[in-house]
Design a protein around this ligand. Sequence first.
Ligand SMILES: Nc1nc2c(ncn2[C@@H]2O[C@H](COP(=O)(O)OP(=O)(O)OP(=O)(O)O)[C@@H](O)[C@H]2O)c(=O)[nH]1
Ligand SMILES: [Mg+2]
Length: 200
Amino acid sequence: MERFNSAIILAGGKSSRMGYNKELIMIDEKRIVNYQIEALHGIFDEIIVVTKNREFYNDLDCRAVSDIIEDKGPFGGIHAGLVASRSKYSYVMACDMPVINTAYINFMKKNIYQKDVDGCMTLYGDHIEPFNAFYSKNIVMDIEEYLYGGGYSIHKLVKTLKFIYIEENKARRFSPNWEMFINFNTREDISIYLGSGSSD
Ligand SMILES: Nc1nc2c(ncn2[C@@H]2O[C@H](COP(=O)(O)OP(=O)(O)OP(=O)(O)O)[C@@H](O)[C@H]2O)c(=O)[nH]1
Ligand SMILES: [Mg+2]
């Protein structure tokens, strides 16, 4: 099994705060997911999109799969992505994140290279960043048990597993304004991002 050849894009949420399907968000006349798929192909061979609308991806260079455990939020999507993944470690993004930071992805890879861990994610104060992170296929059963037991929070389960955490100050060297973790939950989030004109 390849260790690092897969990326998962979560695109099966309810988009309730946005008011329209977030899979369709456009930036500079391009869908964010299309941009992500292209950018991630520079690093990964296999791109898996976890969606309720597999037909949206027919013409794109990716595999589209559906949730196996439905209505459980992002962890349900991560679960289906990891089941589909042909790699030990998969990189996980959300379809509402406009920035792909290749240098940081490679930095995380280096951190877990040759290690046997459950994944790697970044600390933000006391919180963790569940996306722009790596997860191991080994945790599929842990996620199943957790979701069927009524769990929902990624943070709570991850705390019980063996993740490598990258300190916020180290991550900021790659993305001083934390843009690599920006995600669009409301229309206002998009206008703030487009208005800021900054990128890192
Ligand atoms: N496959 C899958 N992805 C999900 C699910 N729930 C959320 N996501 C994705 O996880 C990412 C982060 O979730 P949110 O930002 O809360 O997105 P959301 O649930 O669509 O939006 P809200 O309804 O406003 O909370 C987004 O890329 C969502 O598409 C799910 O049940 N299945
Ligand atoms: Mg979000």
